[in-house]
Design a protein around this ligand. Structure first.
Ligand SMILES: [Zn+2]
Length: 446
């Protein structure tokens, strides 16, 4: 590797260190070594740590949030008896879910457009974010990443970056040593440009949505290109990693794809190891399967987030389906295993000009929209889309105009968008969540 890239990596490692230490107040090296020691220890040690964190969170929730004071009745309830936290509870009772021991200034607002089709606004605190980042640093190392190493990121650019935010985004990419390919709007030109840049940039890992990764791998394969750079691994996150996505990416990039499972509401939930098993992040979460036997019968995944004190998520029904394994993984890590995950799927839409639009673009338009409970967007043809909505009493026609405009902005101003109001969006026959569907195939097999 040419020397200037090593210098860039060293610079980036120093910048990451400074960022964590001075901006976030986190002594990254010591904390990461503590986390590593814990998560590499025995199952008993990890579960003992988790029990203490869980009891502390339940006490906090009972004593400081109106919602849980009413629901729990005691500071040490049997967790399996607590009614799950539904998305509608968060929409209807957001204020009561917030802890009285924090002021409003401590609340960091976050939102999900909902790849699960249900837009949601919620709060997290600084402590949550610090721990969430540390966990990402720990688990992404499984895929060969480390702070400061060059990384190709294929991810959704924010919808409407203002001029100064574009500048910030580029500065962040520079010091983080990341090259960003907009996964929301892939074209042959942007993929070719990214490919050419990588020959000089030599990324060690790729972080990507699986569907965007698949499109990029397919582009490289169909063009008959052979990447000259050697990857240590690929991190796939934020939606279902279908086997054919994985197979093509592993063949084209000649490396392993690691599936990372998480959600904006609760952070990193599980990560795949070298043996291809998903290990549950018991340091940050307490994961349950809503099923009579979670080892034999799949059920809805319930997540208790152990670090977010400003707004406790207890038995949160995240919208994915899973099943546990009681096996011990041969990789040597003792964290329990999520055997199978039936998660969120996101479609790729096509425009008449040949641009590929990631379904995440559409779900992002629902961030912070309070008058839609659920949605589903279906691309029927290149000229026609159907937007199905479950709305609530806050619904206004302004939202309708905004959503139609957002769809036309990327698919074309003359695309007809039919808005249908429905009572519910049913699950597909397989039980999968599909809130973005494209019937425009043009020979593609995804
Ligand atoms: Zn393992």
């Amino acid at each position: 590797m040419p020397i200037r890239y090593s210098a860039k990596t060293l610079f980036s490692k120093a910048a990451w260190h400074a960022y964590n230490t001075y901006r976030k107040g986190v002594h990254y090296h010591s904390q990461l070594s503590q986390i590593t020691e814990l998560l590499n220890s025995s199952r008993e040690s990890i579960e003992a740590f988790q029990r203490v964190r869980l009891a502390k969170l339940l006490r906090h929730a009972y004593h400081t949030t109106p919602y849980y004071r009413e629901l729990l009745k005691t500071e040490s309830p049997d967790i399996s008896q607590i009614p799950p936290l539904e998305k509608r509870n968060i929409r209807d009772d957001l204020e009561h879910l917030c802890s009285e021991s924090f002021t409003r200034e401590h609340r960091i607002k976050n939102a999900t457009g909902g790849s699960t089709g249900a837009p949601l606004t919620f709060y997290q605190d600084r402590g949550y974010w610090n721990q969430r980042n540390l966990s990402v640093y720990y688990f992404d190392r499984w895929a060969g990443w480390d702070l400061g190493d060059p990384q190709l990121v294929i991810w959704g650019a924010q919808a409407d970056l203002k001029a100064d935010e574009h500048w910030k985004h580029r500065l962040n990419n520079f010091w983080r040593n990341q090259y960003w390919l907009d996964g929301f709007h892939l074209t042959e030109e942007t993929m070719q440009e990214a490919y050419d840049r990588m020959d000089k940039y030599h990324p060690q890992t790729i972080l990507s949505y699986p569907s965007s990764l698949y499109q990029f791998a397919k582009f490289i394969y169909e063009k008959g290109l052979t990447p000259k750079w050697r990857l240590k691994g690929i991190i796939s996150s934020a939606e279902m990693l279908h086997p054919h996505y994985r197979d093509l990416a592993e063949a084209v990039f000649d490396t392993k794809v690691y599936n990372r499972y998480g959600g904006r509401e609760v952070g990193l939930i599980a990560m795949e190891c070298t043996e291809g098993r998903m290990h549950i992040n018991c340091r940050d979460t307490y994961l349950e399967i809503d099923s009579p036997n979670p080892y034999t019968q799949p059920g809805e995944i319930l997540i208790t987030q152990l670090n977010n004190y400003v707004m406790p998520f207890i038995r949160y029904r995240i919208g994915d389906i899973g099943i546990l394994s009681d096996e011990v993984c041969p990789c040597g890590n003792a964290l329990p295993i999520l055997e199978d995950l039936l998660g969120r799927t996101t479609a790729t839409f096509r425009t008449r000009t040949g641009m590929l639009v990631h379904g995440g673009y559409f779900t992002q338009q629902f961030y912070d929209i309070g008058d839609v409970n659920q949605f589903q967007i279906i691309q029927e043809t290149l000229k026609h889309c159907v937007l199905k909505l479950v709305v609530n009493e806050r619904w206004t026609d302004t939202t309708r105009r905004y959503l139609v405009q957002s769809i036309q902005n990327v698919l074309g101003g003359d695309v007809v968008v039919t808005v249908e109001f429905v009572d519910e969006i049913p699950l597909s026959a397989s039980g999968k969540r599909q809130f973005t569907i494209s019937k425009v195939t043009t020979g593609s097999d995804d």
